[in-house]
Design a protein around this ligand. Structure first.
Ligand code: FES
Length: 119
């Protein structure tokens, strides 16, 4: 049964400096982006890259070739630091057009300046 874990002070997290925590036997990367906290398993399903060092971006898409690119800041994705596969930070689904393994995403919350992860 997952439990909430107090992992850090929110003020200690910066976009440039990821936090890696271990809960049970699982390494989890904790990232902040646009004042939101995200927690992901710290191992890419492709070749094991440390996802804590992936960059977070808004989702970018184009409905058809040559159409303007649409940027959605409400639907961020994290990009693997080694081979740059993207993963939706809401669902963990890989955003590459072909089927890839999901990334485990953990629920987070900030309360009284502390960051909690449900794991
Ligand atoms: S290790 Fe993540 S895409 Fe290859």
């Amino acid at each position: 049964m997952p439990e909430w874990h107090d992992v850090a002070a929110f003020e200690d997290l910066t976009p440039e400096k990821p936090l890696v925590v271990t809960i049970g036997n699982t390494s989890i990367g904790v990232k902040v982006w646009r004042d939101k906290v995200f927690a992901v398993v710290n191992r890419c399903g492709h070749a094991g890259a440390p996802m804590a060092y992936g960059e977070i971006h808004p989702t970018m898409s184009s409905p058809s070739p040559g159409a303007p690119v649409e940027v959605d800041y409400d639907k961020p994705e994290i990009r693997c630091p080694w081979h740059h596969w993207g993963f939706d930070l809401g669902t963990g689904a890989c955003t590459a057009p072909i089927r890839r393994p999901r990334l485990r995403i953990y629920e987070t919350r900030v309360e009284d300046g502390r960051v909690y992860i449900l794991a």
